[in-house]
Design a protein around this ligand. Sequence first.
Ligand SMILES: Nc1ncnc2c1ncn2[C@@H]1O[C@H](COP(=O)(O)OP(=O)(O)OP(=O)(O)O)[C@@H](O)[C@H]1O
Length: 559
Amino acid sequence: MKIRAILRMMKSYRLQIAGIMALSLLVSAFSAITPFISQSMIDKGLVSVHIPHVIYCVVLLVLFFLLKQIIEYVQKKIEIDISNDVAKNLQMKSISHGMKIKSLYYKDQGIYKIISDAFFDINALLSIAQSQFLTIFILIFEIVGIGVGLYLLDWRLALCVTALIPIKYVLNCFLSKRAERISREVRDKNQAYHRWLEDVVQGMLDVKLWGLHDKKLKEYGELVTGINESSKRQILLQAKNNSVGASVEQVVLTGLYVVGAYLILGQRLTLGGLMAFLSFASYLTLPVTIFLQLRYVLQQIKPNLESLGSFFQMEEEGGGQLPPGNTVERIEFSHVGLELDGKNILQDVNFTLRRGEKTAIIGENGSGKSTLINLLLRLYEPTTGQILLDRVPISQYKIEDYRKLFGVVTQDIHLFHASLRDNICLDGAPLGEEARIPFCTDFINGRQEGYETQAGSGGAKLSGGERQKIALLRALHRDAKIFVLDEPTSNYDKESDEDFNHYIRQDTHDFLLVVTHRRDILDCMDQMIELQNGRIVGIIKKEGTKWQKTSFSKPFAQS
Ligand SMILES: Nc1ncnc2c1ncn2[C@@H]1O[C@H](COP(=O)(O)OP(=O)(O)OP(=O)(O)O)[C@@H](O)[C@H]1O
């Protein structure tokens, strides 16, 4: 993400920004004449003891001041609205992108960490930018107004103040480099913290079971201390930047008394002129201070912009635009291979499924069964070969519509923190035929709150088997063409298992794909695809009641 991208985002607020500018112009006009009123009050009022003139000037100054306050209040209000909107847009964009990026990124870093990092960067960006960017827009006009006034009042004094610019610039160059380095450190430490938090929150049960409380607490303490130390250095550097800048400025501004005294002696300046100049002189250095501050800020947010940029560069899923047809006749894996982390997970996988077929995918642990399903669901993309649905590569279908073809029970089931009903009817439609499957619904009807029972965080209030039953109901609730079940009954009791097998025998989905280690389910299938080390070692079809191996070399024991 570049600073230009943020400015582009501001484009939609051009009306409000124009409003801020217009109000600022007014402030600037007031500001330009303020030094002259002060000068007039001192020279014509105070020095000549002309009270009515003093009162007149005071009334004018108070009036201008009040008007400026009102304008600044309105500006502040617009400013808050804009920055809140920008923050919300950026966060919505991040969440949306986080939900669309390819699942491989999740496997690598963990989605909680990815999103938390993005939010951290946005917050860092906004907390610094919010207080600086719009303020600068607002101040510019006022500063220009006062600057013009001061140059008109006395250009020699104004030139002395201008000498501050190169000094401040050199100082700023030195400090902003360090600011970037420390900001990078703060970002990296926060990312390590998010990774740790995701890991420990997900493994909280193991922390308890393996007595890891003290170890994890120590790790947490070290991480937080690291973050605090870097943040402290960041804040102190900012303070150093401010106070060194202010000190240099103070020395020059105090020196103006000496220059002013010489000018008064030579009758080239009045006392009122000097007093008025001194009371507004700091405004003259303000543009430089602010622009150098902005430079410092940009340097400081560079690491956040960089990592936010990398986040938004993460590839999103999708691509294709074709709508799938109303029926699916054929699914084909053609020389499909997948390499992850330099390892061949699947190699040269070839098979074709036809409408009406019930297929089991079998094989030992780690042989690639779930990966094969993930490829079909487009959670991964093949490194070689392609998967075709009715002879069209699946990547050409619009991903949202393509996924609607599937009813899926995954191996690791996640239920949302909602009622059982809401977890089954994810599309918001009422319960349908699936509510009439006793082996799945009996336990729900047995509960006092029935379908309104809360699932708890991730489904923690349900047993493993109950979670699998809700997941099955959820998959059945969708009017899917392809029914994919990855170890759907691993936690079922014997009776539920038999009921499931009976139910599956009558299943009417166009395609049924079951990943399983259970032999008894195989009886309900038309064919089996056996994987070993990422390769198909057998496709075994049922002929009558016998299994007939149709390809490949490895012998398969008949069930
Ligand atoms: N994101 C990944 N990065 C690297 N390797 C991976 C990734 N996902 C899976 N693997 C590896 O791919 C192999 C196949 O995994 P997969 O989950 O498909 O096996 P499986 O046949 O379903 O096993 P199981 O019967 O234990 O469920 C495993 O060796 C696993 O370590």
